[in-house]
Design a binder for this molecule. Structure first.
Ligand SMILES: NC(=O)c1ccc[n+]([C@@H]2O[C@H](COP(=O)([O-])OP(=O)(O)OC[C@H]3O[C@@H](n4cnc5c(N)ncnc54)[C@H](O)[C@@H]3O)[C@@H](O)[C@H]2O)c1
Length: 377
């Protein structure tokens, strides 16, 4: 959700521009690439800017790089106010991904720093990952493979396996609840409908705008939870969505159901989820994101065989990494070239930048700027 802007602070930040900050010998402005991005995209950035790689594990190195940087490219390293305060020349933070919960966007807005992101660039990857997890929840593939590996089978094999309980279900037998009807949730929901499943959606913004046949919108989250067998979560982590799925919500789900979380760890209460699995209220879960990353190896969720835990890789495909690398580089070059990037997480900051541009003439578009850069690259 966009932060409201203390307009005065943002105007002050703009009035102070251009900052008196370091540039390299050829006049290129420093950009801190905090987490690794696609090497081809980074080479393109290096053509235009001085690329700096701080050690994100070392706060002093991070602060030193940010102190000089005009732009930052970041994946998951947190950027709280205490870190951003070091960046007096900073104009843009390009988030490699969609969720900006790890960045103090309110402070960035106040300082006139654009926070850009790459919405949609990873939607296909995450949606396919969630869909896979839903299908794995319907088919006892992992447990059956383990059973076979242990040599527990006897002839006839299929009968022994069915007797051992390895009988799956088809999507047409269940209802899937999609929480969050954005770029990822829509892909998951429409794919399930195409495969014959029924889908119930809850999204307070998209509610009432059904745009996919076979999809039904629930009035509220409890209604969705009571009507589905599998819940898949695709909301950003905000103050409103923190612990959106806790013990009361898990108790509302049909007994023996499944939960898939590829959104953010804080959206689902991990202790409550573990308890729901242990009690049998839920049969299985797939969790790609954790409240604290990396998760404690002793965490209860990691110990449970019924929970398929993965290390925040839902969006990690070669094509996605390339797209997101390119998008972050474009966002940095757009802002440093006085152009509005295509996907801004704190749009209030642009109103201030727009006022500045109206006074100085035409407002360039990011498409025009990219074409010019492509010709120069
Ligand atoms: N695991 C990964 O690797 C990975 C990768 C990409 C994104 N993500 C996460 O997935 C989230 C969703 O991504 P997206 O691209 O679909 O975002 P999006 O912004 O396109 O969609 C989010 C949707 O959630 C809805 N929403 C907000 N609050 C809600 C609430 N309380 N209840 C129900 N719906 C609510 C919004 O209205 C919006 O439609 C991201 O914010 C990010 O945290 C994870």
């Amino acid at each position: 959700m966009a932060a409201s802007v203390p307009l005065r602070g943002a105007l002050d930040a703009v009035a102070a521009w251009p900052p008196d900050a370091a540039v390299d010998a050829s006049g290129r402005r420093p950009v801190a690439v905090i987490d690794p991005i696609d090497p081809v995209a980074e080479r393109r950035l290096a053509y235009h800017c001085e690329v700096v790689h701080p050690d994100d594990a070392d706060p002093a190195s991070l602060r030193a790089a940010i102190a000089e940087a005009h732009g930052i490219i970041v994946r998951t390293t947190p950027l709280p106010r205490a870190v951003l305060e070091a960046g007096q020349a900073l104009r843009v933070i390009a988030k490699h991904g969609t969720g900006v919960d790890s960045i103090d966007t309110a402070y960035a807005t106040q300082r006139g720093i654009v926070v850009a992101r790459t919405s949609g660039a990873n939607a296909a990857a995450v949606a396919e990952f969630a869909l896979t997890a839903i299908l794995v929840a319907c088919k006892p593939m992992l447990a059956a493979a383990e059973w076979l590996r242990r040599g527990s089978s006897s002839a006839p094999l299929v009968v022994a396996a069915e007797r051992a309980g390895f009988i799956g279900c088809e999507l047409s037998e269940i209802a899937v609840g999609v929480v969050g009807w954005g770029a990822i949730g829509r892909r998951v929901g429409t794919s399930i409908v195409l495969l014959g499943g029924s889908v119930v959606v809850y999204d307070p913004v998209a509610c009432g705008s059904p745009d996919a046949p076979g999809v039904r919108f629930a009035q509220d989250l409890p209604t969705l939870l009571r009507e589905v067998d599998v819940v898949t979560v695709h909301v950003p982590l905000t103050a409103e969505t923190r612990s959106l799925i806790g013990a009361p919500e898990l108790a509302m789900m049909r007994p023996g159901g499944a939960l898939v979380n590829t959104s953010r760890g804080g959206v689902v209460d991990e202790a409550a989820l573990a308890e729901a699995i242990v009690s049998g209220q839920l049969r299985t879960a797939a969790v790609d994101v954790f409240e604290c990353e990396p998760p404690d190896p002793e965490s209860r969720l990691l110990q449970l065989r019924e929970v398929l835990c993965t290390p925040h890789i839902a969006g990690s495909t070669r094509a996605t990494l390339r797209r997101m690398g390119d998008a972050t580089v474009d966002a940095v070059l757009d802002v440093l070239g006085d152009t509005e990037p295509s996907d801004v997480a704190n749009p209030d900051v642009l109103a201030v930048a727009g006022l500045l541009r109206r006074e100085t003439g035409a407002r360039p578009t990011s498409e025009a700027a990219r074409s010019a850069r492509a010709a120069a690259d």
